[in-house]
Design a protein around this ligand. Structure first.
Ligand code: PBG
Length: 320
């Protein structure tokens, strides 16, 4: 049969070194091994990315999104790794030349999780003037839109670091993606915030497998494609098109999310002023059997509608 099934092959899998990133990469390795009946072994190669080195600084001030993927991208580019496993939320709209996102395994819970030591269920329950720890401009502005009296303190670091900061009393509450908490077996610490209340970041809860297709044998490509979950890929197409249309980076407070409900695809997109004082939102619908290009059009259309309704008032998309 194919080379993959007839001989042993090791695929080097590039990932960040955080517990969450390693859990994601190990899950991909396990799936590759299972789907190839043991012919393929995944070897995890972990990188400390620029994003991992940030502690208090906002991403905004430190070079934007590619920060969490750049070192892995470089390793895929020069062959030190065969594939890169990324949280799609951290993947910029433009990929490195020659790379493609080949597969999107089934999405985890895309919602944000609210965490508070006193068991409060969401930002609405916090006492007046309470503090919320986050380094995400989206979560900050969405929180302030709901509760202008709350105070935001910058909270950076991986899941464990942020929970420690909460335990140390540096804020009254924080948010973590439910997807990450689920993957780490820690979902019990958080209460999911409904999608309509806090539109998740484009790609939140999705893992993407990046590679240089021209550098891989067809049987390896076929194996990687088997990891793809079609509905997840469709959602990713819509959300990335939305991101690209609005030139979204971590400098922009925006959420964009596609999901299936009542037999159709729905898309919710929003852009906020950083202080939460204004929100431009749009909801769109596509048929249940929408193609990839129709899903991209759904996300792009939402972005165009938001741009049109905001006129010249959208927060500056400063990519400099
Ligand atoms: N920027 C960090 C990051 N990238 C992906 C996730 C969560 C997992 C996911 O969305 O798939 C997180 C942590 C968080 O937002 O709480």
């Amino acid at each position: 049969m194919t080379a993959v099934s007839s001989s042993k092959l090791t695929l080097k899998i590039g990932t960040r070194g955080s517990p969450l990133a390693l859990a994601q990469a190990n899950a991909v390795a396990a799936d590759l091994e299972r789907l190839s009946n043991g012919a393929v072994t995944g070897e995890i190669v972990s990188f400390t990315t620029g994003g991992d080195k940030l502690t208090t600084e906002r991403l905004i001030n430190a070079g934007g999104k590619g920060l969490f993927t750049r070192e892995i991208d470089a390793a895929v580019d020069d062959g030190r790794c065969d594939i890169g496993v990324h949280s799609l939320k951290d993947v910029p709209g433009a990929l490195p030349r020659g790379q493609a996102l080949l597969a999107f395994p089934e999405r985890e819970d895309p919602r944000d999780g609210f965490i508070n030591r006193d068991g409060l269920k969401g930002p609405k329950d916090l006492p007046k003037g309470a503090t919320v720890g986050t380094a995400s401009l989206r979560r900050e502005s969405q929180t302030l839109a709901m509760r202008p009296d709350l105070k935001i303190v910058t909270f950076r670091g991986n899941v464990q670091t942020r929970l420690k900061k909460l335990d140390d009393g540096l804020a009254d509450a924080t948010y973590l993606a439910m997807a990450g908490l689920n993957r780490l077996g820690m979902a019990h610490v958080a209460t999911p915030v409904p999608i309509t209340e806090m539109v998740p970041a484009a790609g939140q809860g999705i893992v993407a497998i990046a590679a240089r297709p021209d550098d891989l044998d067809q049987d390896v490509l076929d194996l990687i494609h088997q990891l793809n979950h079609p509905a997840t890929r469709l959602a990713a197409m819509a959300e990335r098109a939305f991101l690209v249309e609005l030139d979204g980076s971590c400098r922009t407070a925006m959420g964009g999310h596609a999901w299936q409900e009542d037999g159709v695809w729905k898309f919710a997109g929003e852009v906020l002023k950083p202080d939460g004082s204004h929100r431009w939102a749009f909801q769109g619908v596509a048929q249940a059997d929408a193609s990839e290009s129709e899903m991209a059009a759904l996300g792009r259309g939402a972005g165009q509608q938001i741009r049109a309704s905001a006129g010249g008032n959208l927060p500056a998309f400063d990519d400099g």
